[in-house]
Write a protein that binds this ligand. Structure first.
Ligand code: AMP
Length: 195
């Protein structure tokens, strides 16, 4: 089993790359943002709760997010592995994920960060906002809030996974194909080491 976290700031391309990598390695792609958005469009209790936070660019509370993630993982087991996109975003979430995987005798193999500068991210998100219909892509103010949430709550995870020798960062600027091949290189190096 191969379990990968695609890590990075909002707009760094995690979703796009996760769907390409999932096909190549037959993994299950779990995007917590997508699961929240699906709940919002179905008007579930979870969707209504998440909406207020998401529209402001704030993180949804940890316990709600972790409970949802656990359900997702359990629904897809057994499988070849997972690619997590937008999860974990806090140290609490990372620890809960480790515990959940450990209960199943599994672990995170790699955390791969897509490195993109803030100016490029803001441009990308505003551009995406023209067609995504996402409230949180619609203004520099909301985008800055998301970047702030990243710095305050998500960035500490770099150290968390670095301490476990699981953190890799790649340049997230380039063509779709270039970025995919940088990610594949990290995965293949890892697979060769463990073969
Ligand atoms: P994303 O689609 O990954 O950009 O996520 C959009 C929004 O969904 C975030 O700004 C948060 O409000 C919420 N969200 C997604 N994943 C998480 C998470 N792991 N923890 C808390 N909130 C999340």
């Amino acid at each position: 089993m191969l379990n990968i976290i695609l890590f990075g700031k909002p707009g760094s391309g995690k979703g796009t790359q996760a769907s390409l990598i999932k096909d190549k390695y037959s993994l299950i792609h779990i995007s917590t943002g997508d699961v929240f958005r699906k709940n919002m469009s179905n008007n579930t209790d979870l969707g209504l709760l998440a909406k207020g936070y998401m529209e402001k660019g704030e993180l949804v509370p940890d316990q709600v997010t972790v409970d949802m993630l656990k359900d997702e993982i359990n629904n897809f087991m057994p499988c070849n592995g997972f690619i997590f996109d937008g999860f974990p975003r806090t140290t609490f979430q990372a620890k809960e994920l480790d515990n959940l995987l450990l209960e199943k005798s599994l672990k995170i193999d790699l955390t791969i960060a897509l490195d993109v500068d803030n100016n490029s991210l803001i441009d990308r998100l505003l551009e995406r906002g023209k067609s995504s219909g996402r409230a949180d892509d619609q203004s520099v103010e909301k985008i800055n809030m998301r970047l702030q949430e990243y710095d305050n709550k998500t960035k500490p995870l770099i150290e968390y996974y670095n301490d476990q020798n699981k953190f890799y960062s790649i340049n997230g600027i380039g063509s779709l194909e270039q970025i995919t091949s940088r990610i594949v290189e990290v995965i293949e190096d890892y697979n060769n080491d463990w073969r």
